[in-house]
Design a binder for this molecule. Structure first.
Ligand SMILES: Nc1ncnc2c1ncn2[C@@H]1O[C@H](COP(=O)(O)OP(=O)(O)OP(=O)(O)O)[C@@H](O)[C@H]1O
Ligand SMILES: [Mg+2]
Length: 277
């Protein structure tokens, strides 16, 4: 019980049990941001942002530092509400449901998104328990079921072979790259529709970084993947769609091929040619 309280303190209520019914199969899976405006402490951070993010594709959000990429991702995951003095106007539809609708429960929304942050954030417990934790909170107690879930998700995150003989070792004993894959597996275990990554490879060495990149490519068969990245070569390698932001606005969005080969806006051309970063 102490551990659960401690983890809730650290990670908010993302693992809390939702009382709302599942909406499996409801609507078309997809993320649709409409006329989103976000202000923090009176500063207008996101300005009339509208974008459609498809399921089963990789969408990379690019743009110079401070342009609002992380704020957009946090708003999509409803993490932004936890910051004081925030005002949000507009709509974000996930699976046809407005996540800022009056009756929507935050935990119900977060269950649809698996967030992989910049640095790995393993829970202070074993490798096995890191994956099983969310499922236990959601009521799964059966040992065999939990073992299956742990194995399935560690395999999906490309970590199973490396840890299958030490599942009960502390997660902190893993390398940073392995910890990041563990966090990805933990995110997958709650069966989200979208995986959101905010520079999730930037703290990793080049080999671990490519490993995570390859996993994202593999995972797009089943999930929508939305990645904020500072690394243009990474976006070039893996993006199907690209969203370019500048000073809180979406300047250009489209297929990766179009945007990289034929950028339409002058600002996009300048950003891609490295005039500003
Ligand atoms: N909690 C906050 N309070 C006040 N201002 C904030 C807060 N969070 C973000 N901002 C401001 O909003 C703007 C966008 O920040 P954001 O972190 O979304 O940018 P970013 O594109 O992710 O930048 P980077 O590439 O450096 O991570 C910045 O000017 C930032 O200072
Ligand atoms: Mg950021």
């Amino acid at each position: 019980m102490q551990t659960i309280k401690k983890v809730r303190r650290l990670f908010g209520n993302a693992f809390a049990k939702s009382n709302l019914p599942e909406r499996e199969g409801a609507g078309t899976p997809g993320l649709n941001v409409k006329k989103l405006n976000v202000s923090i402490g009176g500063n207008h951070i996101l300005k009339d942002v509208s974008v459609e993010i498809p399921h089963k594709k990789i969408t990379c959000i690019i743009g110079p530092s401070g342009c609002g990429k992380s704020t957009l991702l946090k708003t999509i995951n409803r993490l932004i509400g936890s910051v004081d003095k925030v005002s949000i106007d507009g709509h974000i539809f996930v699976d046809g449901e407005d996540i800022y609708g009056k009756k929507v429960e935050v935990t119900h929304i977060r269950k649809k998104m698996g967030l992989v942050s910049q640095r790995p954030t393993p829970l202070p417990m074993s490798i096995f328990d890191n994956i099983a934790f969310g499922c236990r909170i959601h009521g799964t107690r059966n040992k065999k079921t939990l073992q299956r879930i742990v194995e399935e998700n560690l395999r999906a995150a490309g970590l199973w072979e490396e840890v299958k003989d030490r599942l009960h070792a502390p997660a902190s004993s893993l390398s940073i790259g392995q910890q990041q894959r563990l966090c990805l597996a933990r995110g997958l275990a709650i069966k989200p529709q979208f995986i959101l990554g905010d520079e999730s490879t930037s703290a990793l060495d080049p080999i671990s970084s490519r490993h995570i990149e390859d996993l994202f490519v593999e995972l797009k068969k089943d999930y929508g993947v939305v990645l904020v990245t500072h690394t243009l070569p990474q976006a070039l390698r893996i993006a199907d769609h690209v969203v370019f932001m500048y000073l809180g606005e979406i300047i250009e969005a489209g297929s990766a091929e179009d945007l990289f080969k034929n950028p339409k806006h002058e600002l996009t051309k300048k950003y891609l040619s490295g005039v500003f970063s």
